[in-house]
Design a protein around this ligand. Structure first.
Ligand code: C2E
Ligand code: MG
Ligand code: MG
Ligand code: MG
Length: 282
């Protein structure tokens, strides 16, 4: 019973809070160091066209190669990076590395693939984002349509007018724009049609249980119909089973990304997959 414990209870919570704050500070310090030491890595997860079965894109996903902890997933450090502002230099590194990779795959004579890069809300708020993207396109002389910037609903909804202006500037460069984790935010149809998104990515949570849950299937079907009526294509994230794939094919989803085809891969492994011409069997 909380009340009866009185002071002990207070001390317990304050000790726990100090511990949390200490861990957070340690993480921030080692992340700052890690970025400087070049410990970030980009992995690439294939995106497959459901008509042809071909790999036509990749999502770039950051990992932290920690000297002691090994490969750290973004869920363990992106929140702290966002709180501390470290996400801005980290995001610049991600964007630059992805553009360099597009250039290098081009140099290798591989079939061009579009590369998706996640933008955090803080990066998106920076006035210089469009100029930064334009600079990278020039520096690596890459086809702008091979770059696909992924933004979540929540990142654009707190200042819709500014977001529309920024997205239009980026879109005018020829860069593709995707709305990420669609369905988990609160954007309305009327708001969405103001934005120049080419692609809508359906969040994994909607397909997890789609083969048992008629409600989820109805929602996904409605999202796809809506996207297509706005001339947007649809990528479904997190497909793990043949049943989920068959359902998404039946709903005329355009592309898939998920463990069923491949997990995110280091650049060399993704290169091998492209060279081997691996495709999704129909
Ligand atoms: P996201 O952008 O929605 O990325 C998709 C996530 O789903 C990735 O997790 C991917 O590995 C995972 N995934 C894909 N297919 C499957 C599947 O079949 N099953 C399961 N269980 N998971 C699947 P990851 O790489 O851990 O990234 C998590 C989130 O971290 C991303 O979600 C994104 O929001 C963020 N993130 C990753 N890289 C970056 C980055 O460079 N910048 C920013 N700002 N955020 C990033
Ligand atoms: Mg994403
Ligand atoms: Mg997503
Ligand atoms: Mg997600």
């Amino acid at each position: 019973h909380a009340k009866s414990r009185g002071w002990n209870n207070y001390e317990f919570f304050s000790a726990e809070m100090t511990e949390t704050a200490r861990k957070r500070f340690e993480l921030e310090t080692s992340l700052r160091l890690g970025i400087d030491r070049g410990e970030l890595r980009l992995f690439y997860q294939p995106q497959v066209d459901l008509d042809s079965g071909e790999v036509i894109g990749a999502e770039a996903l950051v990992r932290w190669m920690h000297p002691e902890r090994g490969l750290v997933p973004p869920g363990d450090f992106i929140p702290v990076a966002e709180e501390t502002g470290l996400i801005v230099p980290m995001g610049s590194w991600v964007l630059r590395t992805a553009c360099k990779q597009i250039y290098e795959w081009g140099q290798m004579g591989l079939k061009p693939v579009r590369v998706g890069v996640n933008l955090s809300a803080l990066q998106f708020k920076r006035q210089d984002l469009a100029a930064q993207v334009e600079g990278l396109l020039k520096e690596f002389s890459i086809d702008p349509s091979m770059l696909d910037l992924e933004i979540t609903e929540s990142a654009i909804m707190d200042d819709v007018d500014r977001a529309v202006a920024m997205l239009n500037r980026i879109s005018a460069l020829g860069v593709k724009l995707s709305i990420d984790d669609f369905g988990t935010g609160y954007s309305s149809l009327s708001q969405l049609r103001q934005f120049p998104f080419k692609t809508l990515k359906i969040d994994r949570s909607f397909v997890l249980d789609i083969d048992n849950n008629d409600g989820d299937a109805a929602i996904v079907s409605a999202i796809i119909a809506m996207a297509h009526s706005l001339n947007q294509s649809v990528i479904v994230e997190g497909l793990e089973t043949e049943q989920q794939l068959n359902i998404m094919r039946g709903l005329h989803c355009n592309e898939m990304q998920g463990f069923l085809f491949s997990a995110p891969l280091p650049a060399e492994k993704f290169t091998e997959l492209l060279q081997a011409g691996r495709r999704l069997e129909s």
